[in-house]
Design a binder for this molecule. Structure first.
Ligand SMILES: [Zn+2]
Ligand SMILES: [Zn+2]
Length: 402
């Protein structure tokens, strides 16, 4: 078994076991070789395939071989390399399984971690949240003016389109263009709505026949996945950000329009306070919860730096600012516009760009609503916890396993 030729034999046998149909199978080759290929043998009688002959010479060897290696065992071995959830015993087998859920591939970027570098907006990466962000970032208020619910930057980006020039969309894969310039000239709102509705079909149909986006667009849930990965609502990410805002903001007493109730705000403040020795301001806690970061003009501001307590406090002056920004949509705001003496109030959600995943207010898209940070701890009802542990059906059931 150690010589190179026998290794080749093994590989060839594995290949046959996995891919050969019945008419290639070993049984027939071994037992009925003469009957199956009489014309071939009579035409070229002098040629002998020594390697094959050696492998099937002995009946004993072949029977032990059959017992040891079977198609079923090889496929089981290969299946064991795949995640257990991806096995579909009733469906036809495929080596590369269709990606059904994208949630399993997500990872968090916490507030003190820099954003990963974004792929090019023209790359075909339908399952990547960062590639979706890269496409969304091309939509700026001055270059994309449509406010139609049918032609949102989110819908266009999920279908692969980037905003290449004023009200023009382009596909980075097939080079197709969609021009939306004339919509603004339509005066009648009903007509405009209908035109937008019909134009939205070109998000899917506007790609060329060979374009990958035409075959597979990004799944809708990728948009929520983007928010969850870049702004996870966990205290280990929001807490340090609130502390950093508390230290960095020169202005305090900012007026907000907040979607949280008074009780939720109190709970949030209490929960984040537990992780800090500082007396955190309500402003810093709310800004952190809704994804706002301190912005420094001369410094990379896509993440905060957790300060060492031994750090020289004289340095503090350099780390203060009155500008905040969102690291997802890059919206930037000077907070002095919203100090309490002035009539303007800062809307914590609506100040994000319209495509930003943190600017979602429709009733079923309140992304913060189930966060543990704003909900008081509720004792677990153990009568409902019986079915918490569920063993996968793919696992072998042992008598001791319930
Ligand atoms: Zn295309
Ligand atoms: Zn934003």
């Amino acid at each position: 078994m150690s010589s190179p030729s026998s290794t080749d034999d093994d590989l060839r046998d594995v290949f046959k076991l996995l891919y050969a149909d019945d008419d290639w199978s070993f049984d027939k080759d071994e037992e009925d070789e003469q009957e199956f290929h009489p014309p071939l043998n009579s035409i070229i009688p002098d040629i002998e395939l020594d390697v094959e002959d050696n492998s099937i010479q002995s009946d004993d060897l072949s029977s032990s071989y059959r017992n040891k290696y079977s198609k079923k065992r090889f496929i089981e071995a290969l299946d064991s390399l795949l995640p257990i959830t991806s096995l579909h015993p009733n469906k036809s087998r495929r080596i590369y399984l269709k990606q059904k859920s994208i949630s399993s591939s997500s990872s968090f970027t916490l507030s003190y971690q820099p954003l990963p570098s974004l792929p090019s907006s023209s790359d075909y990466l339908p399952y990547s949240p960062l590639a979706l962000l890269s496409r969304l970032k091309t939509y700026q208020t001055y270059s994309y003016t449509s406010d139609s619910e049918y032609l949102t930057p989110i819908k266009a980006s999920l279908a692969g389109w980037i905003n290449s020039s004023r009200n023009t969309l382009k596909c980075g894969s097939c080079g197709s263009n969609i021009n939306l310039n004339d919509i603004d000239n339509i005066k009648d709102d009903r007509v405009k709505k209908e035109v937008c509705k019909r134009l939205s079909k070109s998000f899917e149909l506007g790609h060329k026949a060979h374009c990958a986006w035409k075959i597979k667009k990004s799944p809708d849930e990728l948009y929520n996945n983007l928010r969850k990965s870049l702004h996870p609502l966990i205290s280990s990410s929001i807490g340090p950000l609130a502390v950093d805002l508390h230290k960095a903001l020169i202005t305090s007493s900012i007026s907000f329009i907040s979607p949280l109730t008074h009780e939720q705000e109190t709970t949030l403040l209490k929960k984040l306070q537990q992780h800090s020795s500082l007396d955190l301001s309500k402003e810093s806690v709310l800004l952190a919860f809704f994804g706002w970061y301190p912005y420094y003009p001369n410094k990379l501001s896509d993440h905060i730096q957790i300060q060492d307590s031994s750090e020289n406090t004289n340095n503090k002056q350099n780390k203060q600012t009155d500008i905040i920004h969102c690291r997802i949509c890059s919206r930037r705001i000077g907070v002095w516009t919203f100090i309490e003496k002035k009539p303007q109030k800062m809307n914590l959600l609506k100040e994000h760009l319209n495509w930003c995943p943190l600017n979602q207010t429709s009733e079923n898209q309140k992304w913060w609503i189930n966060s543990n940070l704003i909900n008081e701890y509720s004792p677990i009802d153990f009568t409902k916890s019986i079915n918490w542990i569920k063993i996968s059906d793919h696992l072998e059931k042992k008598p001791w396993r319930r």
